[in-house]
Ligand binder design. Structure first.
Ligand SMILES: *Cc1c(COP(=O)(O)O)cnc(C)c1O
Length: 365
């Protein structure tokens, strides 16, 4: 008997493994494995979702008008140039399926966000991973990697899991070096956290042409990873394509309500960003004092190099032993490293204590 078979590229996909949330035997777990904001859910999002729950027999507004208006107001953007999605992952997948496919190529940096690889293979694209320089996307190498079949270039800025950020000049140089018919997707999932003066999340480049898209998420600073909500900002041509291919009700009504509630939470982003900058700094300094290599990060996480894969694995186990869950990043070809989310002050102190005990215990071993 013959089995139904998927397209060959599907079986080359390594399924995505999310950050873990449980440790056997631990009664209190500190989850620093998924870059969820340090402060949990904005209270206004909870009330808004509770209110919306009473209406869950109704289909949602398929055009997400109220949410797009709220996003537009918050970020100073035209709501007509916004499409919302069931997480930005959904939008990324639609972009790749719509513009890529069999016989095309997708270019990304070697340690770029893994969903581009997964969705690229799903679509049948050849995924080209371009070597980075000191864990930073290499603009010249990415331009050089593009050939006649290249349809999409992805750049997470700042990138997950490295934390690296390209200044606006470099991103502009990338766009200028690409053929006009290549879609450049700027994934700015951590944009709100960036305080570097030379950063543009992608708005300038989207506005400057018809071939650049910016994607954003509610899963990080807005604390709504569980409801699945993201959005894209693009010119009318790309918006039209996304509106043709997305599910008619791809964002549920409760998620939209929560999103609007989160956007309207007074001072939430400011408070989160100030906390993040302070504790990302303290956590990084503390880890460096313990002799570890910590990469510069503009996100709400740090990539920490433990020297070799065995030591990274041992450190992960030692942290787990204290109920602290961080992220192994072997799937990103970074087996020597762990990615640690910046949590609350107390959580950051716990990480430092746990790593200190590990480094002390493994000294000379
Ligand atoms: C977390 C993250 C996303 C967010 O995905 P959602 O589907 O919106 O939760 C997208 N891109 C990068 C680089 C991320 O780290």
């Amino acid at each position: 008997m013959a089995n139904p078979l998927p397209r060959p590229s599907i079986l080359s996909i390594e399924p995505y493994v999310g950050g873990e949330s449980k440790v056997e035997g631990a009664n209190r777990v500190v989850k620093l494995s998924s870059n969820e904001g340090a402060f949990g859910v904005p209270p206004g999002a909870v009330t808004a979702m509770q209110r919306a729950a009473a209406e869950m027999h109704r289909y949602p507004d398929g055009g997400a008008a109220a949410l797009r208006i709220a996003i537009g107001r918050k970020f100073g953007l035209d709501p007509a140039r916004i499409v919302c999605g069931n997480g930005s992952d959904e939008i990324i997948q639609h972009l790749i399926l719509a513009y890529g496919g069999e016989g095309t190529e997708l270019v990304m940096s070697a340690h770029g966000f893994v969903m581009y690889d997964i969705s690229g293979r799903y679509a049948g694209c050849r995924v080209i991973k371009v070597p980075e320089k000191n864990l930073m996307a290499d603009v010249d190498a990415m331009i050089a990697a593009c050939g006649p079949r290249t349809k999409l270039v992805f750049l997470a800025n700042p990138n997950n899991p490295t934390g690296s950020m390209l200044p606006r000049g470099e991103v502009t140089r990338l766009r200028a070096g690409l053929r006009d018919d290549i879609l450049l997707v700027l994934d700015s999932a951590y944009a709100e956290y960036v305080r570097h003066p030379d950063y543009d999340a992608g708005v300038e480049l989207v506005d400057a042409g018809t071939n650049t898209v910016m994607t954003r998420t509610f899963s990080k600073v807005f604390g709504l990873g569980g409801v699945r909500l993201g959005w894209a900002y693009a010119g009318p041509e790309v918006i039209d394509v996304l509106n043709r291919v997305r599910g008619p009700f791809n964002v549920n009504a409760q998620a939209m309500a929560a999103g609007i509630g989160a956007l309207e939470e007074e001072g939430w982003v400011e408070k989160s960003v100030v906390h993040n900058a302070l504790w990302r700094g303290k956590l990084g300094d503390g880890l460096r004092e313990l002799g570890l290599l910590v990469y510069p990060s503009e996100g709400n996480f740090l990539l920490v190099d433990f020297g070799d894969a065995a030591r990274a694995k041992a450190a992960d186990a030692a942290l787990r032993g204290r109920g602290v869950i961080v992220r192994m990043v072997g799937a990103y070809s970074l087996p020597n490293c762990l990615r640690i989310t910046v949590g609350t002050a107390e959580e950051c102190m716990l990480v430092l204590e746990a790593v200190k005990a590990f480094v002390g215990g493994s000294a000379g071993a």
